[in-house]
Design a protein around this ligand. Sequence first.
Ligand SMILES: *Cc1c(COP(=O)(O)O)cnc(C)c1O
Length: 401
Amino acid sequence: MPGRNFLFIPGPTNVPERIRRAINIPMEDQRAPDLPQFTLALYQDLKKVFKTKTGQVFLFPASGTGGWEAAITNTLSPGDKVLASSFGHFSHLWIDLCQRHNLDVEVMEVEWGEGVPVERYQRRLAADKKHEIKAVLACQNETATGVTSDMAGVRKALDAAKHPALFYVDGVSSIASIDFRMDEWGVDLAVSGSQKGFMLPTGLAIVCASQKALEARRSAKLARCFFDFEDMIKSNKDGFFPYTPAMMLIRGLRESVNMLFEEGLENVFARHHRLAEAVRRGVEAWGLRLCAKERKWYSDTVSGIYVPEGFNGTDVVKVAYQRYNLSLGVGLNKVAGKIFRIGHLGDLNELMILSAITGAEMSMRDIGIDIAPGSGVAAAEEFLRSTGKSFDTKIGATAAM
Ligand SMILES: *Cc1c(COP(=O)(O)O)cnc(C)c1O
């Protein structure tokens, strides 16, 4: 097929040419004497991405799921009580992982389309006078529904109850795309992965642990080997790894962090917000509804969009792929068939996002959904035009008379 695939799933995301080149290198010696100069500097810079001065970043050859496991197994013991909330495929899966590790998870069920129930957390924590709850889990960005939750609010809930539980955040589809503040929010374990905001291929679990979390590992009894912080700490100290690192991905991560810093983290967040807003204007113009129920839950990295009654969201995704070589996300689990998703994170600009809106619009019309041609893309265009950067027509080539 001529042209290229348009990848608009919420991970893996588009890998920029710069990162592809940085990864395309001959195999290297992971014990080379000059490797520490590279790795130690990278760890320092990764701390800036997590906005932490005192935390420690770990890189495991794994996906985000491995990051969940690393966070849990290094800091908890079998039977420990965990407070968590379930409102989508990913928040559910982390709970499932905890249960399979024999943790005692108290699950707050929340309607899909909403996020972490901060007030319920606060009441529950305040009632836990004996401090039996050892861990509080929160999914910052539920990728299945396009819902972002209030992480500062969870910290406030813990503080208001003067509760000492560790605070765990799933930031796989938010960190490096949506603001995240490890130290300010008192996050103890933050989990991310390489293939979303970091714009890399899948294969790295990127985990950040606070000093309190590192202290907890001394008494944590869950079995761990591959994901043991202890082994990592011993080797990372000198800039090496306890087993063969995924060096190509780590070289790519260096380039990814360079790109994030060149643009400026705050600008990266603002860009995600603006492109997400363009998608939302499109959805509104189509007369369709987001899966996220209220503005406060809207995600800047992924939008879940309800198709009208009688239509199947997965058909939209199939047609988009077959006819237009556009990859959109299907609805998962409880919202399978009811929604389709547009991933809008990572290496993305205005015309890229318009291509996804156009393709979604064409595909919806193809299966018979009654939306006015061009309506969504026009609304998105106008929003992007009215919020675009300034320009000067005097600069550059002038048309010859
Ligand atoms: C993608 C994702 C995960 C799982 O990551 P994998 O890399 O697929 O293991 C976990 N949580 C959230 C919020 C995600 O978006």
